[in-house]
Each structure stands twice: as C-alpha cells, then as structure tokens.
Design a protein around this ligand. Structure first.
Ligand SMILES: *[C@@H]1O[C@H](CO)[C@@H](O)[C@H](O)[C@H]1NC(C)=O
Length: 582
C-alpha cells in the first residue's frame, strides 16, 4: 500500500478548507444581509406609530434588498430609476460610536525604546559607562543581559503584536463602515466622538492617527467643509435638500463624515484648551456647527397650507436641523473659560435661531458625545464625576450634569413642565444621538406636567413605550440614543437612524436600528483562514504542475521533510516492517 503523496494530502485538506473559507468569507463580507440590517421604514399608514417589530424590520430589509437587486440587474438592463413599493426615509444616518483608534501609546517599544537594555549592555562591555569596579561592570552587564532576554525580547514581541493589532483593527473598523454603507445606503454619516484613543498624544501621533482615520478606516470620505458647517443665524442658507429620490440621493453627503468631538479627541473640560480643540478642528472639522436640510413639499395642495402661503398656518416647510455640539466643556470647572463661553454662546444661538415652539415641521437632530444625565441603573454607565487635584477642574464624567442636560431638553428642544407655556410645553421635535458609554443605551426623557414636582425623568425606550409614556400630551419628551461602540469589544456596532416626514400630521418621526458585525476575532479568523487556503492552493497547483512535468516533487518533498524533521524516525520506520504484527 502506498501512502498518499503530500500533494494529494494537501488536496484533501483543501477540499475541506475551501468551502469553509468561502462560506465564512461570504458571511463576513455580506454580514448586513445575514443580520437583516436596514434603515427603518416609515410605517405604511401615516397615523401608525413608528414600530420596530420583526415585521417592520423584515419589510425594511426586503426593500433594501430590492434596491440592490434593481441596481445589479437593472444596471445590466439599463432600466429606469428604482421605484420602491413603499416610501423610504429621506434622511438615513449611519451613526458610528467611539472608534477610538489606538496608537503608539500602547506600543512598549515606542515609549521604552527598542531593546534599551541591549544598548546599555553594549556600553558596559565597551567601557563607555562609569563603574566603581570591574565587578560592578560585570554585574551590570549580566543584569542587562537578563533584561534583554526576559524583558526587551518580550516587549519587542508585544510591540509587534500591538502594531499588527492596530493595523488589523483599522481594517476591521473599515470593514464595518464600508459594508454597512454599501448595503444600507445612508444619506449621511456621523462618528459620535472619540475618533482617536487618547487626548494626551503629541501632535505627530495625533495627525498620524488622523491619517489612519481618513485613509484607512474611512477611506473615500471627506470631512464636512468648514464653509458648510454653519454658525446658527436668523438668516441662514440651507445646507441642502433631502429626498432627491428613493435611494438615489446625491452621494456627496453620504461620503462626508459629520465628526463629533469626544473626550479622547480634545479632553474633558479640565483638558480642553485651544491647542487640543484647534488640532481637532484642523483634522476632523469644526466642533460646533449646524446643518439645515429642507425636504421640499411637492404636492401643490400642501404647499398652499404652509406658513409662507398662509400666515394663519402653523406649518413650516419641513426642515431637518442637525446640531453638532461639543458638550465636552458644558460642565464646570473648565480650564479654558474662553472655549466654554464659545460652547455656551453656540447653544444660545441655536436656541435663539430655532423656530418658535408653536410651529410644526422642523426637526432637530442633536449629535454630541457625552450622554444626558440619567439616574443610576438606567444605562450601563452611572452618573460619575471626577476632578483634578491640582486645580479642581473637571477630570472625567460619564454623563452631563442635570443642569447641562436641561439645556438640551428645555433650551434647544424648548420643552417645559408647564402646560401653559408656549406650545403647551411640548417643545420641538427632535432626537439626541451620542456615544461615550460604549455599551450603548436607548432612552426616553420626559417631564410629567401634571405631577407635583416638575422633574425630568428618564426610562429605557422600550420600557417607556410599554408604559405608554411616549407621545402623551401631558408628558413632553425626547428620545436619546447612545450609540453602542463600533470597537470589536462591543461587537462592531453600527447605528441606523431613519427620519421621515409625515405630511398628514406635519411632523417628523425617527426610528433607530442597529447592525452589529461581531467581534474582531471572527474578522481575523476568516482572513487568516483565507490566507492559509490561498497558500495551500498555490502549493497544490505548483505540485500538480511539477508532477505533470515529470518532476518527482512528492518524493522530493517527502525525502526532504523526513531528512529535515526526523532523522531518527527514519531509522525507526525502516525497522518497523520486521517488528510488525504477524
Ligand atoms: C404624572 O403625574 C400624575 C399626578 O401626580 C400621576 O397621576 C401620573 O401617574 C403621572 N404619570 C406618569 C407617567 O408618571
């Protein structure tokens, strides 16, 4: 009986590995399909509340799948534009939380040097160091020798692993962005702060990470141009229009990143200074600005009903206002009162230039980093404040203070516990998106106008819905979504926010869904497996071709393997037949 040749063995292995690697690669590269990811759809009947049931998720997925089918099949047939079987949200935001790109701060050779003990060892041996005696010189030499072997070598290997890890992590994050963007088709994209992993890094490292952010993780994107990132004003220019056609919108905004400043980018109030804020703005865009998108009203009968045509109307031309807010220095004490004043002034201007609460048709989307105040137990992060010992400034915070949170609820959104206030205290329609708490959290803030103590309360979104609190007249409120981090440790999450306009009620509605990839281990495993398979296929082809050419490659491989690996086994094998069972 002849043993199978190495080429044949390789062939057998590949027969198992190739289907496995194809299946896993397909899964990895089409993960939004397997996870049924899609931007939530507006409900079929405008009166129906936005729902996030299994049925509505399936419908949204099917609609997205149809677009892809149409684009791939339709492109070949050169057919007309895609007409969806049901309306699609004109504003679809791909929301990403806390990528936190790591860098040299976690690479030992960067802060310790490369083989530092080897250098000092050489100095001792070359008599370039001071020693009281030869004994001391020898002692130090051996000391360093031990450190070279047991410390430097380890640090060097760890540094290599870290660097590989950083590159892999960049591509892992890029994979999430690229794949979800391709499948779900957002109209806008936002990264909700903590773009890089530390506020303490020097400028070189900061710009290096910014380079990785733009050229690797979010390749093909650009920042929001400074001249479009507007300061709130009474007379403003529209940033653009929504609803250029279902899934056919201009791709300009879908390729722009609306970056939010986080504590790891510019620091907490005790860290934020001109330098840190300045370099963030030069690399990622402004920290405070607004964007205003109009949804044109196409129905002529409806145009007659808006305030511009009918001064008795409370309907405004539908507009989505995006407020990008640096909330890192809202709370006190801040080291730079100048920068804090800028943030306060910005918020005041946002409030002063907002439509009066009595009007309908505008929607405010607030993008910021630190979440609003919530009592212990609502989300994973509980309220937490820490202050610097040297100057008492704010060192760290999990959430905003209650006062700062009120600035969002009663200021920007104009809600009130007083039912007799303008607009019955119901405020402006909107939603708040942020990051910071890597675990993510979906909540509803509300105030009970009929209660004795007028106090802002908060519940998990699901609980608030189950309790019938959402949308009640005497309970004005707003949804706050803390987007789960896109880091591998949190399952590589991507958030999908849809905002659409209900012409019957003349109100905007929003709904949120998530699309997680899974941890980074899967990403690594699939790519390593693919690499092994590719090498295997190349070896197999080479082996087969050489065999066909008459080269006894299998014999040669076998012999050299035997010679290299187990010269002793060869002897043992030679003697086996005689000692075999009889
Ligand atoms: C609001 O306050 C009233 C009066 O105290 C109370 O009866 C009602 O249950 C409260 N509603 C909620 C949702 O807490």
């Amino acid at each position: 009986m002849t043993r199978p040749s190495p080429t044949a063995l390789l062939g057998h292995g590949l027969r198992v590995l190739i289907p496995l690697s194809l299946a896993l690669t397909a899964y990895l590269y089409l993960f939004p399909l397997f996870g049924s990811c899609a931007f939530p759809l507006p409900p079929l009947h405008s009166a129906a509340a936005a729902s996030n049931t299994a049925n509505s998720r399936r419908a949204a997925f099917v609609e997205t799948a149809k677009v892809h089918l149409h684009t791939s099949v339709g492109a070949a047939a050169n057919s007309t534009a895609f007409v969806p079987s049901r309306p699609i949200a004109p504003f679809r935001l791909l929301a990403l939380g806390d990528p936190q790109l790591e860098g040299d701060t976690s690479v030992p050779t960067e802060y310790l040097g490369v083989f530092p003990h080897l250098k000092s060892l050489v100095r001792h041996v070359m008599f370039q160091s001071e020693h009281s005696s030869l004994r001391q010189r020898v002692r130090q030499t051996f000391h360093d020798l031990v450190d070279v072997l047991l410390e430097d070598t380890f640090d060097a290997l760890e540094s290599l692993r870290k660097r590989l890890d950083h590159v892999g992590n960049d591509f892992y994050l890029a994979h999430i962005y690229r794949t979800v963007h391709w499948w779900a088709r957002p109209t806008h994209v936002s990264v909700l702060g903590d773009l890089v992993g530390s506020q303490w890094i020097d400028d070189t490292e900061f710009y290096h990470r910014a380079g990785r952010y733009w050229n690797r993780v979010f390749r093909g994107t650009e920042r929001v141009p400074d001249d479009l990132a507007a300061y709130p004003a009474d007379e403003y220019d529209l940033t653009g229009y929504l609803g250029g056609g279902p899934f056919n919108e201009s791709t300009t905004w879908s390729r722009r990143l609306i970056n939010v400043a986080g504590n790891h980018d510019i620091g907490y109030a005790g860290d934020v200074n001109d330098e840190r804020a300045g370099r963030f703005e030069s690399a990622f865009g402004k920290v405070n600005y607004e964007l205003r998108f109009e949804l044109p009203v196409t129905d002529a009968a409806l145009v007659e009903t808006v305030f511009d045509a009918d001064r008795k109307s409370d309907r405004l031309v539908p507009e989505l206002r995006i407020v990008v807010l640096n909330d890192m220095n809202l709370d006190t004490p801040a080291v730079s009162t100048k920068l804090q004043d800028e943030t306060y002034a910005f918020i005041n201007n946002v409030i002063n230039t907002a439509a009066a609460v009595e009007f309908k048709g505008h929607f405010t989307l607030i993008l910021t980093h630190i979440p609003l105040y919530k009592p212990e137990g609502v989300c994973v992060d509980d309220p937490f404040f820490d202050f610097h010992e040297h100057d008492g400034s704010l060192k760290e915070q999990n959430q905003l203070s209650t006062a700062a949170s009120k600035g969002f609820l009663e200021g920007i959104l104009g809600m009130s516990g007083n039912a007799d206030a303008a607009g019955r205290g119901r405020g402006r329609r909107g939603i708040i998106l942020n990051g910071h708490d890597h675990e993510g959290c979906d909540t509803w803030h509300y105030i009970n106008q009929t209660a004795e103590d007028l106090e802002w309360e908060v519940k998990r979104w699901r609980q608030a819905n189950a309790a019938g609190i959402v949308g009640r007249d005497e309970l004005p409120g707003v949804r706050e979504v803390t987007v789960r981090s896109m880091m591998g440790g949190f399952g590589g999450n991507a958030g999908l926010l849809s905002v659409w306009f209900d012409e019957t009620a003349w109100e905007w509605h929003a709904e949120y869904a998530t699309c997680p990839l899974g941890t980074q281990h899967m990403w690594w495993f699939v790519h390593i497996l693919d690499l092994i398979v590719v090498i295997g296929v190349v070896l197999f082809v080479v082996g087969t071709v050489l065999a066909a050419l008459g080269v006894n490659v299998d014999g040669a491989v076998e012999q050299s393997v035997v010679r290299l690996c187990s010269p002793r086994k060869k002897v043992a094998k030679a003697s086996t037949p005689e000692k075999g069972p009889i």
